[in-house]
Design a protein around this ligand. Structure first.
Ligand SMILES: [Zn+2]
Length: 450
């Protein structure tokens, strides 16, 4: 195998740079290392067959200048010039100030589904990696076909074992979100999206699975639109049986996002998931630390004497007034304000006063509760009438009890909800119609205003 001929390896990158056909998906630029995370030093790359090196034009077009049969290379920066080494041998040097592209070579021995990659650490990046140098620091951007990017992203958003209709709904939401946020917050840095939760978690093709790949292929180029424009396809983990509106979560005019409304989702069995149904007890000291770490620091202080919600819509809480014993109060206007203040998984909860006893014993104690004598374990709380066993139970305190559902802001698609809907027999267009009412599924490449 050492005599692998040049003819047996070939470039997939030339095709990439020439792919401007009408029904071809666009190219996405993903920022991997930039700004504070730009690499100070060198980057070690590994390959299956070798790589092509060349220049990357400002529009992202890769212009290969040479290819190298090697399994490893090191990218270094000198001031604003990128250099690629194999050991001490300089293989390729960029022109000062210009980006250098590296694209892995494929082999004829590869299976049909195999996607060639460049490895950085344990992460496999397909297609072009763009390296640029600024004062010796290396910025890395992955330039890839959008549909391949979606295959890379989807396994970080959903479980590949989920129902195929749920995976297809998630694929369309991810694709819509990506196109809608392209040329957004990171465009000044020269890429479309970053690879963290700030945008969407992306680790190349490392996590690709056949099921999520298929969901992307089966929905190729499909996006959600409202009145002919891409929607803001927000999503969250679990809604807890009801979604939140964009205006409820973040304020603003409810008519701005008519497809992000409160929707009941009775098929969502959130109680089966740990994050889907949760409880929390807050005492005076907890309120003091919540207040101190909020934007309302110093405006009120425990003890809290009243919590009042003027919002009458079910589910997520907003317009909540919290009053202290001195009569001072704060207003949490949106459900994201509520979630942030209480530091809870979601703002979909009920809240009420409760009296708790804390068990100081190492194991457990028996207490008389409203429901009779029950075991009471340290760390757990129960509403009690009185305590029994003076050594082990004490510290009866007044507090607030939160009974919560769901995880996330609750707006748009519930990822677990899509899974439960799929298991209940809904197809992906039906699932998307539930979570984004009034929207239409369209082919992005056929939209005139993309
Ligand atoms: Zn980002």
């Amino acid at each position: 195998m050492k005599l692998k001929s040049i003819l047996m390896i070939f470039s997939v990158c030339l095709l990439l740079s020439l792919s401007s056909f009408a029904d071809e998906s666009p190219t996405i630029k993903v920022g991997l290392n930039y700004g504070d995370s730009a690499i100070d030093g060198e980057v070690t790359l590994s390959f299956e067959n070798g790589f092509q090196a060349g220049l990357v034009a400002d529009d992202g077009t890769f212009m290969p200048m040479g290819f190298f049969e090697t399994t490893g290379a090191v990218v270094k920066a000198s001031s604003d010039t990128i250099m690629v080494y194999e050991g001490s041998e300089l293989l390729y040097e960029g022109y000062g100030g210009m980006s250098v592209g590296i694209c892995p070579l494929a082999s004829e021995l590869d299976g049909e589904d195999h996607i060639p990659f460049t490895k950085i650490g344990s992460i496999k990046y397909p297609e072009v990696l763009q390296f640029s140098a600024n004062s010796g620091k290396i910025t890395i951007i992955n330039i890839i076909d959008a549909e391949l990017y979606f295959k890379g992203v989807l396994p970080s958003e959903v479980y590949p074992s989920w129902h195929e209709e749920a995976l297809k709904a998630a694929a369309i939401a991810t694709r819509t979100y990506t196109y809608q946020s392209r040329k957004g917050k990171h465009s000044k840095l020269g890429f479309d999206l970053c690879d963290t939760t700030c945008c969407q978690v992306y680790s190349g093709i490392t996590k690709c699975q056949p099921s999520t790949n298929k969901a992307v292929e089966d929905t190729r180029n499909l996006v959600l639109t409202y009145n002919g424009s891409l929607i803001t396809a927000v999503y969250h983990a679990i809604s807890g049986g009801i979604t939140e509106s964009a205006a409820g979560a973040w304020g603003g005019n409810p008519e701005s996002y008519p497809y992000l409304t409160v929707t009941e989702t009775p098929f969502e069995s959130y109680g089966e998931i740990a994050r889907g149904h949760w409880t929390k007890v807050l005492h005076d000291e907890d309120f003091d630390s919540l207040i101190a770490s909020s934007s309302h620091s110093g405006k009120i202080s425990a003890p809290i004497t009243d919590i009042y919600v003027s919002d009458s819509t079910p589910g997520y809480l907003n317009n909540m007034t919290i009053t202290d014993s001195a009569g001072r109060s704060i207003l949490l206007r949106t459900s994201s304000n509520v979630r942030s203040f209480f530091s809870t998984l979601s703002a979909n909860f009920t809240i009420g006063k409760v009296y708790t006893a804390e068990a100081y014993a190492s194991d457990s104690a028996k207490v008389i509760t409203a429901g009779g004598v029950t075991d009471f374990t340290a760390g757990n709380y129960a509403a009690i009438l009185s305590a029994q066993g003076k050594e082990t139970v004490g510290g009866i305190k007044r507090g607030y009890f939160l009974d919560g559902k769901g995880h996330g802001h609750g707006v748009g698609l519930s990822q677990y909800g899509a899974q439960y809907a799929a298991k209940a027999g809904y197809t992906y267009p039906e699932i998307l119609a539930i979570y984004f009412p009034g929207t239409v599924i369209e082919d992005y490449t056929l939209m005139t205003n993309n």
